[in-house]
Design a protein around this ligand. Structure first.
Ligand SMILES: Cc1cc2nc3c(=O)[nH]c(=O)nc-3n(C[C@H](O)[C@H](O)[C@H](O)COP(=O)(O)OP(=O)(O)OC[C@H]3O[C@@H](n4cnc5c(N)ncnc54)[C@H](O)[C@@H]3O)c2cc1C
Length: 410
């Protein structure tokens, strides 16, 4: 093990993989390479708070001394360009190469580009990194009107944050509802109504024909309905694509992401892939997925470390995700795909409720708005494979807790 483990990508997955290798007792060299210049940081606050707070600083995932203290070599500002899988070497942009025994690809994803005239104008931005967030924060101060293209989680978080910061925001969404298929229609409609009531204009079933500019800077957006929306800033939030180009240079199997097995190994067993860039067969649905969440990145990183030190393991984490949109904390646990029965618990009018999703009698997911107890109980129930009855759901958190407490010890 003289060359040790090289991790490419110093985001949520890469940093956790480095930490977990040490926790698992791996004592060879660990090198963490990232192309960003910052100390690795939390991404979720960028869209929720950072872009409206002039004093906000990125929140580091781990303090600087964590890396030195655990003999993890961290190399920021370094882009890996090519993998030579046969000789187990990496080529760095600007020259130089490195050998590895195991390679972990934690390269994440990047915003999907809008293939439209005007998309390259100054002031047309997207949000992935703290550098993007700084641009949005600094430039939005001088923008009275902002258009957000895309009504998914990130687009809506940005819209709510900038609107709370005093900007006039319009969201343009191509589908007839917000949040794609990520949550139940009831929740999507609740979010739409609440954002609209807070002053955000939301255009559904509307696409963008072109982005218009003046002197090279965005000036507005022309919609499919023929309306011209003035805007000095346009934020594109139409989803992400996995960063697989580096994996392609190694000839790894790609299928909506770097294809991995249940232990996070790619088609070359000494190369593992984790986080937003990895696609795999999901234990709960039996379908192929690529999940984009902090939980997925963290849990896959822990498993990858275990695989490298030689433990058998199979990815079976309960997926969960959260999003803060205005005064709504949305929390999702499990995967609702294929659910054929939903039970509502609580009242939408209170802005506190959950939708429990079942396939037959089997609980598969819970989506909550401002009901963190339901979410935490959902993690427990799905982890244990326990499905509550309709009566237990109707009884709220207390009835669910009682049902869990009555289970025989595992
Ligand atoms: C604004 C925003 C808000 C979010 N909010 C939430 C939330 O509320 N809840 C939630 O669960 N998830 C949220 N997410 C998603 C979550 O942040 C991602 O799922 C998570 O960051 C994935 O971790 P990762 O390590 O796979 O990728 P990343 O964290 O993106 O890290 C990948 C890193 O690899 C680097 N890299 C790529 N290629 C190379 C290369 N060739 N050489 C060197 N470095 C390279 C990238 O620059 C990047 O720094 C949010 C994401 C964003 C952008």
């Amino acid at each position: 093990m003289k060359n040790g483990v090289v991790i490419v990508g110093a985001g949520h997955a890469g940093v956790q993989a480095a930490a977990s290798l040490r926790e698992e007792g791996y004592d060879g060299p660990v090198l963490l390479i990232g192309d960003e210049k910052e100390l690795p940081y939390h991404k979720p606050p960028l869209s929720k708070t950072f872009i409206k707070d002039a004093a906000a600083q990125p929140q580091p995932l781990r303090g600087e001394t964590f890396y030195t203290g655990h003999t993890i070599e961290f190399r920021p500002g370094t882009l890996v360009e090519r993998i030579d899988a046969a000789s187990r070497r990496l080529e760095l942009a600007g020259g130089g190469n490195l050998a590895y025994d195991h390679l972990i690809l934690a390269t994440g994803s990047r915003p999907r580009i809008l293939p439209l005239p005007g998309a390259d104008l100054a002031g047309v931005l997207s949000l992935r990194s703290v550098a993007d967030a700084r641009l949005i924060r600094d430039q939005s101060v001088a923008c009275e009107e902002i258009v957000v293209i895309g009504g998914g989680f990130i687009g809506l978080e940005i819209a709510a944050t900038l609107s709370a910061g005093g900007r006039r925001v319009t969201v343009v969404e191509a589908l007839d509802r917000l949040l794609g298929r990520a949550v139940a229609p009831l929740i999507a409609e609740h979010v739409r109504q609440r954002l609209a009531a807070s002053g955000i204009r939301i255009l559904l079933k509307t696409t963008v024909e072109r982005i218009e500019g003046e002197d090279g800077h965005v000036a507005g957006v022309l919609t499919s309905a023929g309306e011209r929306l003035p805007a000095k800033m346009v934020i594109v939030g139409i989803g992400v694509v996995p960063n697989v180009e580096l994996a392609e240079t190694a000839g790894l199997t790609i299928a909506n992401g770097i294809r991995v097995d249940q232990a996070m190994r790619s088609s070359a067993p000494e190369i593992l892939a984790i986080g937003d860039n990895a696609s795999y067969r999901h234990w709960q649905t039996g379908g192929d997925v690529r999940l984009e969440s902090v939980e997925n990145a963290t849990d896959q990183a822990k498993l990858a470390a275990r695989t490298i030190v030689g433990h058998d393991g199979s990815y079976a984490a309960v997926p969960w995700f959260w999003s803060d949109i205005g005064d709504m904390k949305l929390q999702m646990v499990g995967l609702a795909a294929g659910s054929d029965r939903q039970i509502l618990s609580g009242e939408t009018a209170d802005n506190r409720f959950s939708v429990f999703h079942f396939i037959g009698d089997r609980l598969v997911a819970i989506e909550s708005v401002n009901r963190p107890a339901d979410h935490m109980l959902g993690r427990k129930m799905l982890g244990l494979g326990f499905s509550p009855t309709a009566e237990q759901v109707a009884g709220g958190a207390e009835a669910l807790k009682a049902a869990l407490a009555a289970l025989p010890p595992a």
